[in-house]
Design a protein around this ligand. Structure first.
Ligand code: S3P
Length: 439
């Protein structure tokens, strides 16, 4: 799994009208809510990536019949909130933090024990941010001594709702606690330090489960309700579109339209940040699909300038920083990011790994405790390490559009977690990229 490399020829531009694969966050949740609902949930536009498939397989292992995915169509035969069965062995969440953190909330409320494990990256990531509040609700979850997975979740515990103030702005923590709240007595109220993606809240409402939003940062659910199956149309993932928003912005003469992209306002920080840098992005045909805002995004080349990124936008663009750092490397002047320490505990330490790769490509990039300072410059060629992080791999692939020489990106197999078919897709749009066995 570790020897897949991308080779990107320098130059080129991006053109056409394309649709990137389905939204990862929404696809995970569609499987989870569909499984716990009463009735049959039909999903279209599902992301067939390894992360969402880990969620799908876990529910199958707990006795849920799930048909597909066939070209993004999945049918989930819901078993109700109390219809899951004990799996035979540990549930393998692969590389997927979303699967592990959200499912912990669900599994804390079951009548059986489960073990959740993942790959080396996932088993290094911090889990106390969920196990501590779950414990306060009455759950019993064991971690390693470092507070990481494998997680052993003991069933048949009595969960009681609580008021919880999160210390990190994390939709995964918020969602975990809301899901546990479905199984808890009374009200579970979660307050976040800053607004994060709200797909869980929207989908709960879509499945007919009442919740209360109290201002911008607090949400509350009452346990003991039921979920009713519904149809879910998953929009294209703005986090996957982001590589192309940046690619077309930095490559002269580009003109690219990305179709049917989810533009939930808790996800559009990447558009705001690129526009502050001078990017030319039009939001067209804004419409509504199953509780989520959707639009077509037209992006044309524009010279970019360095900026100080407003901290309020950080949680709204949390997955897009690797590719935004490539934009910063191609901008005039300095870009400064602060308030983004979370980037150090993603699939890799995205601050360090991006700074290392940019340095290899001739850019001055200084990591700080909670961000980075990048001087715009000229990208050379070279070999960069993705450390198995899908978003790092795709970001450095886009850098080829402005590099003076060949770029090789190593350890790219995990691109399949979020963007299966990335290589032919990017090639089609105008990037001269190859990878053995994938294009
Ligand atoms: C996600 C939330 C984010 C994001 C991840 C998906 C989700 O994580 O980085 O890729 O689907 O809830 P945090 O909420 O931990 O920042």
């Amino acid at each position: 799994m570790t020897d897949l490399s991308f080779t990107v020829e320098p130059g080129g531009s991006l053109h056409g009208c394309v649709r990137v694969p389905g939204d990862k966050s929404i696809s995970h949740r569609a499987i989870m809510f569909g499984a716990l609902a009463e009735g049959v949930t039909m999903i279209t536009g599902f992301l067939d990536g390894e992360d969402c498939l880990a969620t799908l397989r876990a529910f199958r292992a707990m006795g849920v019949r799930i048909d597909g995915s066939e070209q993004g169509q999945v049918t989930v035969h819901g078993v109700g909130l109390h219809g899951l069965h004990a799996p035979i062995g540990p549930l393998d969440m692969g590389n997927s933090g979303t699967s592990m953190r959200l499912m912990s909330g669900i599994l804390a409320g079951q009548a059986f024990d489960t073990v959740l494990t993942g790959d080396a990256s996932l088993n290094r990531r911090p889990m106390r941010r969920i196990t501590e509040p779950l414990t306060q609700m009455g759950a019993w979850v064991e971690t390693t001594e470092r507070g990481s997975a494998p997680l052993r979740i003991h069933g048949s515990q009595r969960l009681v709702g609580m008021d919880y103030r999160m210390s990190v702005a994390s939709a995964q923590v918020k969602s975990c606690l809301l899901l546990a709240g479905l199984y808890a007595e009374g009200v579970t109220r979660v307050t976040e330090p800053a607004p994060t993606r709200d797909h869980t809240e929207r989908m709960l409402e879509g499945f007919g489960y009442g919740l209360r939003r109290e201002g911008e940062r607090t949400v509350a659910v009452t346990g003991g309700g039921r979920l009713t199956a519904t149809a879910i149309d998953v929009p294209a993932d703005i986090s996957s579109a982001a590589f192309f928003l940046v690619g077309a912005s930095i490559a002269p003469s580009s003109d690219l339209t990305l179709k049917h992209v989810g533009v939930n306002p808790t996800r559009t920080g990447v558009i705001d940040i690129l526009r502050l840098m001078g990017a030319d992005i039009e939001v067209l045909n804004l419409r509504w699909a199953g509780g989520e805002a959707v639009a077509d995004l037209r992006v044309r080349y524009a010279p970019l300038r360095g900026i100080r990124i407003p901290e309020a936008l950080v949680p709204l663009a949390i997955d897009e920083f690797p590719t935004l750092f490539i934009a910063a490397a191609c901008a005039t002047g300095e870009t400064v990011l602060t308030g983004a320490a979370e980037l150090r505990v993603k699939e890799s330490d995205r601050i360090q790994v991006m700074a290392d790769g940019l340095t290899t490509l001739g850019i001055v990039a200084k990591p700080t405790a909670d961000g980075v300072e990048i001087q715009g410059g000229r990208l050379t060629g070279g070999t960069v390490e993705s450390h198995g992080d899908h978003r790092i791999a795709m970001s450095f692939a886009m850098a080829g559009l402005r590099a003076s020489d060949l770029i090789q990106v190593r350890d790219c197999a995990n691109v399949n977690t979020s963007f299966p078919g990335f290589v032919p897709f990017a090639h089609n749009a105008g990037l001269t990229i190859t990878a053995p066995g994938t294009a």
